[in-house]
Ligand binder design. Structure first.
Ligand code: KIV
Ligand code: ZN
Length: 508
């Protein structure tokens, strides 16, 4: 069995998804969950790109203990210096540097000749190795790079000390046959191929990112890059959870092992989906809502007789196990804490008290509290602990066919309360106009989505709101509550808090 390393770029390439914008606390929360999932390397950001990104890489370096943490840098000395500073407290730091090697990128974007590109790779990998033991080099747009030049660029990076070579299909252009051949060509033409780690980084423009990554593994790659739920630039990156499960279910074929804890997949996917505001399509492989639902009568009959007939992945494998004993308002603290522990939450005494209080509140208004509710409850609790502004009071005056009114009271971290009122054509508009007055802000609501966390009339609502400031920057907030108006107010309030923080600090 060969070992395949998992390199997660949810927080770097994943954040390049249009409209996705994590703040420091959210990034740290995701990084800690990625560590629990067992990824080998976490790409925490691109430190030179903004003060906010620098802060995130630094905070993640301090928080993560077992996975390696890396940051991205161009072939520019000040990028490498900035990454070094951001990663200085990481237990296992690595550096990821890149430079484009395709003719189209060199000619139009870089305005550099092949000789200049090779010289830059040599200089910057050598420079980076003075500061980092593990340097990964990526020849950007590798799949559209002339093959002999790609081999020369890769050899140059290895000779200069790169320990990992990552092959990006930057524009999602390749297919599994070609990508497999590319790795075979590298293996045949690079004498030290086995002494270096080869990695793949695929984009999903033609819907082949996962298949291409698996083709790379079949042909010599021992590291795979991707993002949870496949989020990322344009059509996204390789969905890491799909690769992990494919390698597990088809171990007979791939003969590969990973350090991924498969039953953490659902929790990781849910967290990324909520914090990114990118819902997982119901028909998505491995983690979609329909992935374990059998609709046709023939299939249902088969599964009841023996699940092997139509189910190659069990829900429990990826942590989608539905517990047959849902909790309700008569459930006691012991049953609640036991279930939370089964779900993988290690809560402190104080967190247990707070989550049990929230559970009792929810159970009062909801007949059955399901696992999804419990995950949402913890998310809401973590969010409330992280947020500097809390919704204390919401009152909505609804009149059929008339102007709606809202009163909102908020409380800041230091206990100050503020209250205001406004009107709107609808209840949500009235609430959002009120929050705009409280924050003195002039923003545009660019996205508003609402979904039920579970089925049933008493389901909790999960609302995503995205607002855009006058500079065109998006800020995302989530609100969870059994009442849709409260959930909507919380989502907008949290997005507004982020927007205000950015305004005051000049960082995301
Ligand atoms: O897609 C790409 O080429 C990248 C590189 C920075 C690896 O994200
Ligand atoms: Zn990419």
């Amino acid at each position: 069995m060969k070992k395949i390393q998992f390199f997660d770029t949810t927080l770097r390439d994943g954040e390049q998804t249009p409209g996705v914008n994590f703040n420091v606390k959210e990034k740290v929360q995701i990084a800690l969950q990625l560590e629990k999932l067992g990824v080998d390397v976490i790409e925490a950001g691109f430190p030179i790109s903004s003060p906010g990104d620098f802060e995130c890489v630094k905070a993640i370096s301090e928080a993560v203990k077992h996975s390696s943490v890396t940051g991205l840098a161009r072939c520019v000395e000040k990028d490498i210096d900035r990454a070094k500073e951001a990663l200085k407290d990481a237990a296992k730091p690595q550096l990821h540097i890149f430079l484009a090697t395709s003719d189209v990128h060199m000619k139009y974007k870089l305005k550099m000749t092949r000789e200049e590109v090779l010289a830059s790779i040599k200089h910057h990998v050598t420079y980076a190795r003075q500061h980092f033991d593990i340097v990964q080099f990526s020849p950007e747009d590798a799949t559209r790079t002339e093959r002999s030049f790609l081999i020369e660029a890769v050899r140059t990076a290895i000779d200069a000390g790169a320990k990992v070579i990552n092959i990006p299909d930057t524009v999602g252009y390749t297919n599994p046959t070609e990508f497999g051949q590319l790795f075979r060509d590298l293996r045949e033409n690079i004498p030290t191929f086995d002494e270096v780690t080869f990695s793949s980084h695929c984009h999903d423009d033609l819907g082949m990112a996962v298949a291409n990554s698996l083709a790379a593994i079949e042909n010599g790659a021992t590291r795979v890059e991707g993002a949870i739920n496949g989020i990322g630039e344009r059509a996204g990156n390789t969905a890491l959870e799909e690769v992990a499960v494919a390698l597990h279910i088809r171990k007979d074929f791939y003969q590969a092992e990973t350090s991924i804890t498969l039953n953490q997949i659902k929790a990781t996917s849910d967290l990324v989906s909520r914090l990114s505001g990118m819902p997982v399509p119901r028909n998505k492989a491995v983690i979609g809502g329909n992935a374990y639902a059998h609709e046709s009568g023939i299939h249902q009959d088969g599964v009841l007789k023996n699940p092997d007939t139509y189910e190659i992945i069990t829900p429990a494998l990826v942590g989608v196990e539905k517990n047959s004993l849902p909790l309700g308002k008569l459930s006691g603290r012991h049953a609640f804490i036991t279930r939370m522990t089964e779900l993988g939450y290690a809560l402190s005494e104080e967190e247990q008290n707070e989550s049990f209080r929230r559970f009792k509140q929810l159970a009062d208004v909801k007949k059955e509290v399901t696992e999804d509710d419990l995950h949402a409850l913890i998310l809401g609790q973590t969010q409330a602990a992280n947020e500097e502004v809390e919704l204390r009071h919401l009152q909505v005056q609804y009149v059929t066919g008339g102007v709606q009114g809202a009163i909102v009271r908020i409380e800041t971290e230091n206990g100050d309360t503020q209250e205001d009122a406004a009107t709107g054509a609808g209840s949500i508009e009235a609430i959002y106009n009120t929050i705009n007055r409280l924050f003195g802000q002039n923003v545009t609501l660019t996205d508003y989505r609402i979904q039920a966390i579970t089925a049933g009339q008493d389901a909790q609502a999960e609302v995503h709101a995205v607002i855009q400031d006058e500079h065109g920057t998006d800020f995302h907030g989530i609100g969870i509550d059994h009442d849709v108006l409260t959930a909507s107010a919380k989502a907008y309030l949290y997005a507004s808090t982020k927007c205000q923080k950015a305004r005051l600090k000049g960082v995301r």
